[in-house]
Write a protein that binds this ligand. Structure first.
Ligand SMILES: *Cc1c(COP(=O)(O)O)cnc(C)c1O
Length: 404
């Protein structure tokens, strides 16, 4: 890939505003909060135009000036595509108002590829050697794939009820993966201890600064796909919230560049009723979300009982005039089946949760029929268990063709 100038100026604690230098290895800030990457957008605006970016080859690396990697040789790429925006025609909403952004088409079958492509490329650039991570599945798979390409070692811990296919793909792609009898935050503790004891680099959600930058590309891509006019509402299945925070950051940067106007989508954080810490904090008017006890949902990607970026998620939701909403597992599964049957899309349970949340909030009058809405399907539904198909035909017996 070609070298482009980058415009990173520094990093900043998202909570205290404390400033940290670029080009160094960073985890959390000294206040124990996430760090965000800051750019010199004035200089960038003078150097590059929206149209120049539009004309580049497709894929999120086209937004290079708005990303932190300095040298092209450090970019680790597995053929990232622009994910399509597909209107739902039959099942929900009115024609051409509700769209699914189908992130399942990215490498490793989920949008975790965006965050980990950036985190791993930066790990390579900064000379890190051994990465570790707790995961509910997709993040581990993406890290394994990208890190193996970069020649970095990876050690990964996932809850022991993580879908088997995720554990297998992680191992197949060269990581050292362990199932742990606990939830993702328990796995996170192990990574934290390994970091202290043997110097692993902790790639947990928001505990390093660059996964957000990768997820930010969803917002950049969305703006470009909608011809630099953002939709009215975004429904985002929220676990650690990287994508919601990242898109919100993207919109601010695009406005500062003058590439979009001041109109912002309302950001809706979608969680499952069995694990809804952000929804509870939103309703209680809190800035932080305490740990959710006994987290349980079929939507493993959003089974995140505690999020280090809770205040950033809540801030984006509130500033945007959006809201947080929870949906039951029963509705998630029903929506998944409906969309498969009626729209030809096999959504992941987390993506199906956004469909359920859309319908629920529309029936409650929180969304209008004319709102242009984007629902995020974060992974291919093909990675998840599906209902069994049980009909059998014995070809050695007479076949009654009238029964088909
Ligand atoms: C990680 C993940 C999520 C949650 O994404 P965040 O940006 O961390 O909130 C949702 N769905 C799936 C399938 C995931 O893998």
């Amino acid at each position: 890939m070609k070298n482009y100038p980058t415009f990173v100026s520094h990093l900043e604690c998202a909570y205290t505003g404390e400033i940290f230098p670029a080009g160094k290895i960073h985890g959390l800030s000294s206040a124990g909060k996430p760090l965000i990457v800051k750019y010199d957008l004035d200089a960038m605006g003078k150097n590059i135009s929206r149209d120049e970016i539009t004309d580049r080859p497709e894929g999120f690396w086209k937004y290079r000036e708005l990303l932190p990697v300095q040298k092209a040789e450090n970019i680790v790429s597995l053929g990232e595509v622009v994910t399509p925006i597909i209107p739902l025609k039959h099942s929900v909403g009115t024609a051409n108002t509700v769209f699914v952004k189908d992130e399942g088409r990215l490498p490793t079958g989920s949008f975790k590829a965006r965050g980990l492509a950036l985190a791993v490329s930066m790990a390579k650039e900064l000379g890190l050697g051994h990465l570790a991570m707790p995961t509910n599945g997709n993040a581990g798979a993406a890290m394994a794939a990208y890190a193996s390409q970069a020649g970095l070692r990876t050690t990964i811990f996932c809850p022991d009820d993580t879908p088997e296919i995720n554990v297998s793909e992680i191992e197949l792609q060269g990581a050292d993966v362990y199932k742990v009898n606990g939830l993702i935050n328990d796995c996170g503790k192990i990574v934290g201890e390994g970091k202290e004891k043997v110097g692993w680099f902790d790639v947990s959600t928001l505990k390093e600064p660059y996964r957000i930058e990768g997820k930010k590309t969803m917002g950049l891509e969305l703006a470009e796909q909608f011809n630099w006019e953002l939709p009215d509402v975004i429904f985002y299945p929220t676990g650690g919230g990287t994508g919601l925070i990242g898109m919100w950051k993207a919109f601010a940067e695009l406005e500062a560049l003058g590439w979009i106007g001041s109109k912002r989508p309302r950001m809706v954080a979608v969680q499952a009723t069995g694990c809804a810490p952000i929804v509870k904090a939103y309703r209680d008017g809190e800035e932080h979300a305490p740990l959710w006890e006994n987290a349980k949902t079929v939507a493993a990607g959003i089974r995140v009982p505690v999020a280090v970026g809770d205040f950033m998620i809540l801030r984006a939701v509130r500033e945007s005039g959006g809201f947080a909403i929870d949906v039951s597992d029963e509705l998630i599964i029903r929506s998944q089946m409906k969309i498969a049957k009626e729209e030809g899309l096999i959504l992941c349970p987390e993506g199906a949760a956004t469909v359920a949340a859309y319908e629920q909030s529309r029936s409650q009058g929180m969304i209008s029929t004319t709102d242009k809405v984007v629902l995020f399907n974060c992974a291919t539904g093909l990675k998840y268990p599906m209902p069994a198909a049980r009909k059998f035909l014995d070809r050695h017996r007479p076949i009654d063709y009238s029964k088909f």
